[in-house]
Design a binder for this molecule. Structure first.
Ligand code: KG4
Ligand code: ZN
Length: 338
């Protein structure tokens, strides 16, 4: 009988310290996420040094909790998978250093995982039957791209943002509206009670890539112009108008690409939790007979289960096994189509 492969995933690229135990790449035995949001909220965004300090303080407790909850001992772990990029360098270094020490002390092989690829793998956890190839719309706080997923370990960026990421635009617009960090989820709540009564500039460029800086400036100028006339914007309607502008175009592009290729579209990343994104993408895919896959909400944002999942698929192919010389790579990307 084929042996089950148990992977311990470790994630510390931004403001979540996370650890997870995953069986055979898809079955989550535990997923612990220690979020620092309440700490960073008071500063209006993530403070890198504070994030690193909190990772250092929490990481061993989070890993122990993940093992305990999964009822797995150290001897049962086949691989440790750790995020080594992209992200905040100081934050990444905590996870990487912990993972190296843990593997060295317990004689366990280490796999290095690209955080962006991890987000895509969140879909394998939610959908046991999902197999590549498929098209993925990835939208997070740091990235916005349409990715061609050729295999469990082979990714090509087809379209990408040339400036801000989609989640970043959500957070900046939220700040303009006086909402606290992280703003995406707050805008989502307001937008659910609003109508899109203002049209903002499309984020889709002529070549199918994206730009969010114009949309962000457009919303900020709109709010300031109203303020100069002593008018307060209707926050629900403004949130909905912005959401439609931020999401509709990228979904349309992703659906078009999925329609011309694999007829399967996955959504990934923090913005994948957005209710309009989920509803609109589902609607558009259904219209064209494209199969849509949405990760469970808890696997849209940063977590370590998605890292363990990608770690399993890499280890299975003997790719990206790492040694003690592994370093953090804050600007790690995916390969781009030439
Ligand atoms: O994937 P993620 O957790 O971290 C990165 O890898 O960047 O994404 C975080 C981003 C933040 O910008 C956050 O505001 C956004 O995802 N986000 C949302 C929602 N939930 C999180 N944006 C829109 N609607 C949401 N419901
Ligand atoms: Zn992320």
């Amino acid at each position: 009988m084929k042996k089950d492969i148990i992977v311990l995933g470790i994630e510390s690229s931004c403001d979540e310290t996370a650890a997870s135990v995953v069986k055979n790449g898809r079955e989550v035995l535990s997923s612990i996420v220690n979020s620092q949001i309440d700490i960073h909220k008071q500063y209006g965004g993530v403070v890198p040094e504070i994030a690193s300090r909190n990772h250092v303080q929490n990481i061993d407790v989070v890993v122990k909790e993940a093992l305990d909850q999964a009822k797995v001992g150290i001897k049962d772990i086949d691989y440790v998978a750790v995020t080594y990029g992209a992200g905040l360098v100081g934050a990444l270094l905590v996870g990487v250093s912990f993972a190296k020490a843990f593997c060295q002390a317990n004689d366990i092989p280490l796999v290095k995982v690209n955080h962006i690829e991890g987000h895509i793998c969140a879909n394998y956890i939610t959908h046991p039957d999902l197999e590549p190839p498929f098209t993925c719309l990835l939208a997070s706080g740091g990235h916005t791209a349409i990715v061609d997923v050729q295999s469990y370990t082979d990714y090509t960026v087809l379209k990408t943002t040339i400036d801000d990421a989609c989640g970043e635009a959500f957070d900046k617009v939220a700040r303009t509206l006086g909402l606290c960090y992280p703003g995406g989820v707050q805008i989502d709540k307001l937008a659910q009670n609003g109508v899109a009564d203002t049209e903002f500039k499309s984020v889709v460029l002529k070549d199918g890539n994206f730009s969010y800086s114009g949309l962000k400036t457009g919303v900020i100028n709109y709010v300031h112009n109203l303020a100069q006339k002593g008018i307060q914007p209707d926050k629900n309607n403004l949130a909905k108008s912005f959401t439609v502008a931020a999401i509709k175009g990228v979904v349309d592009e992703a659906v078009k690409i999925a329609d011309q290729s694999h007829k399967k579209l996955c959504v990934a990343g923090g913005v994948g939790a957005n209710s309009y994104m989920r509803e609109y993408a589902t609607q558009q895919c259904d219209k064209r007979g494209i199969k849509i896959f949405l990760p469970q909400l808890k696997y849209c944002g940063d977590n370590a289960a998605m890292i363990a999942s990608q770690g399993y698929f890499l280890a299975r192919e003997g790719i990206d096994l790492a040694g003690l010389d592994l370093n953090a790579c804050p600007t790690l990307t995916l390969k781009t189509k030439n």
